[in-house]
Design a protein around this ligand. Structure first.
Ligand SMILES: [Zn+2]
Length: 307
């Protein structure tokens, strides 16, 4: 009997330890980890994707065959060259505990800042997939071809390093989906991204508006988000603790959409369910609504003010 009790206690301890690993701690906060401006340890991924045959443009949503009520939730983890951002464990744990699939578009530098979290997310690959969101949030409309190539390949390489470190052989060798920082691009950028083998995934519903730490605001926002959502929609959120109250908003959006009969899939699965709807340049909700951001984040969109 004593032995069973012992085994039981060890199991309890082990499961508590495991659960604890996912709890937020001080290192998940914005600016908690010092900024590191060095390039990644590996500058090019060992796994280079083949160039895509066609440059299909910017995918905003998918026209789902037979109108099935299915959508993709996406979470960007943006990090400029000049600062470190956070990792919102309330979001990640909500998704895990409710078994809601999601796609993260991760900055490569952010991946290095939050390496332990990325490896955890990688280990839940049934639920989560990871896309590329440039190394330090470089603006694809402003970067030279060479600088854009570095932003993309450094991120692919950083993913690869963490995948190797986590010994996760069964997950994708490198990301195949890309998200434009600020939703900004030009024709040259689309060619470069396609030549590196990645598809560009934006959104048709930018979910976060205002401060959602206020529950009433979050509930109202969630109703608006649900009203904008259609079968095949791609929803934009952030998981870097920059927009306020996203975890709150997410909870109510999931409630609203579930009550309207929607279910959730990763972007790569959504793409298999129909034809992508594409445009030639990214934006938030109306074309051109992101142009003013070019002036706000330094000469190349990474936050650096001089070359
Ligand atoms: Zn971003």
């Amino acid at each position: 009997m004593k032995r069973f009790l012992m085994i039981f206690l060890i199991l309890m301890w082990a499961s508590a330890l495991y659960a604890g690993e996912w709890d937020a701690d001080q290192l998940d906060a914005r600016r908690a980890i010092p900024n590191d401006i060095t390039p990644p340890e590996r500058l090019e991924p060992l796994n280079m994707l083949e160039a895509l045959d066609t440059d299909e443009g910017v995918i905003r949503r998918v026209n789902v065959r037979d109108g099935e009520r299915v959508v993709a939730l996406t979470f960007d983890t943006c990090e400029l060259a000049t600062i470190t951002t956070g990792c919102d464990m309330a979001i990640i744990n909500f998704l895990r505990l409710n078994k809601i699939p999601a796609t993260f578009f991760m900055g490569g530098k952010w991946m290095r800042t939050h390496a332990r979290r990325v490896k955890q997310i990688m280990s839940e690959d049934e639920l989560f997939e990871i896309g590329n969101h440039n190394w330090s949030h470089g603006n694809c409309a402003l970067l030279s071809e060479d600088a854009l190539t570095k932003q993309i390949l450094w991120t692919q390489a950083q993913y690869e390093l963490l995948r190797e470190d986590a010994r996760l052989k069964d997950i994708a060798p490198v990301p195949t989906l890309f998200r434009l920082p600020y939703g900004r691009n030009n024709e040259r950028a689309l060619k470069v991204i396609a030549s590196l083998g990645l598809r560009v995934i934006q959104w048709d519903v930018a979910a976060e508006v205002g401060d959602n730490t206020n529950v009433k605001h979050a509930q109202r926002s969630a109703k608006k988000v649900a009203a904008m959502t259609r079968p095949g929609s791609i929803l934009l959120f952030h998981a870097n603790s920059v927009p306020k109250g996203t975890a709150n908003l997410l909870r109510y959006v999931v409630e609203e959409l579930t009550s309207r009969g929607y279910s959730f899939v990763k972007v790569s699965e959504l793409l298999k369910l129909g034809e992508p709807e594409t445009v030639r340049s990214g934006y938030f909700t109306t074309p051109g609504d992101n142009l003013q951001l070019d002036k706000e984040f330094g000469f190349d969109g990474t936050g650096r003010k001089s070359k």
